[in-house]
Design a protein around this ligand. Sequence first.
Ligand SMILES: [Zn+2]
Length: 255
Amino acid sequence: MKKLVLVVALAAGSLLPAQCLAWGKIGHGLVAEVAFSMLDNGTKQRVQQCLGDMSIEQAANWMDEIKGDHSKDFMKPWHYVNIADGATYTEAKEGDVINELTRVIEELHHSDKMSKEEVKEHVLILFHLVGDLHQPLHVGYATDKGGNTVQVTYNGHGTNLHRVWDSEIIEHEHIDLAACQAAGKVFGSKEIAGLSVVNVQQWMQQARKELKSVYDIKDGTIDDAYVARNKPVIEKEIYIAGVRLAAVLKDVFKP
Ligand SMILES: [Zn+2]
C-alpha cells in the first residue's frame, strides 16, 4: 500500500512541470473571459463559430492540454521567453512566445488564404500566448527558469515561485472575472486604446516591469504583504491580456 501511495504521489508530481509552464487553467480562462466581455455580439459569434464546440476557456487552455501529444512538442518553447536583466530580446531558434505570437497575429490577417482548421489552430495559439506573455515569469530570466527553480513557502507548504504566480495566488485568493474587471477600472478609454495597439515586444517589456515586485520576497516566504502587493498585479495583467486579446480578435474577425 505504501508503495502504491508513493507511486501515485510520484505520478502526480511528474505532472507538475507541465502545469508550471503557463498561467494555470483559471488564469488563462479569465484572460478569455475579459476579452469576450469587451466584444460585440457579432464578433463573439464569429469567434465562437471558429472554435466550434470548444468553450473560450478551453480554447485558452488548449496549448497546455496538448502537452501530452508529442506531435506538438515543437510548440513547447513557445510559452515563454528568457531574457537576462538589461539584455535585449533576440529570437530563439526554436521559437518563443514573442516571435510565435507575432507570427500568429500577422498570419491571421490573411486568414482568407487559410483552411478552417489552420485558422482555428492559430486562434487557439493566440488565446493562450497572449495570456502567457502577461505572466511576468514567462518573460523572465533563464538563470532560474522563469522562477521554476526558486523554492518558496506559501501558506505553510513548499512550492516554487513560478507556480505561485501561475495558479496558487489566483486559486487561494479566488481571483475571478469581477476582480480582474475591477482592476481594469483604473484605465480610461484613452489608456485602453493605447494598450490595444499591437506591439508584442512592447507588451513583453511592460510585463517585465513587474519582475521587480515578483522577486521582492522576504526570507523565501510568500507572506501576506507579498500577496497584498502582487494580487492586484496579477488581476491587472490578466485584464490587460484580455484587452489585447479582444483587440486582435476584433480586428481578425471583423465582418
Ligand atoms: Zn503556456
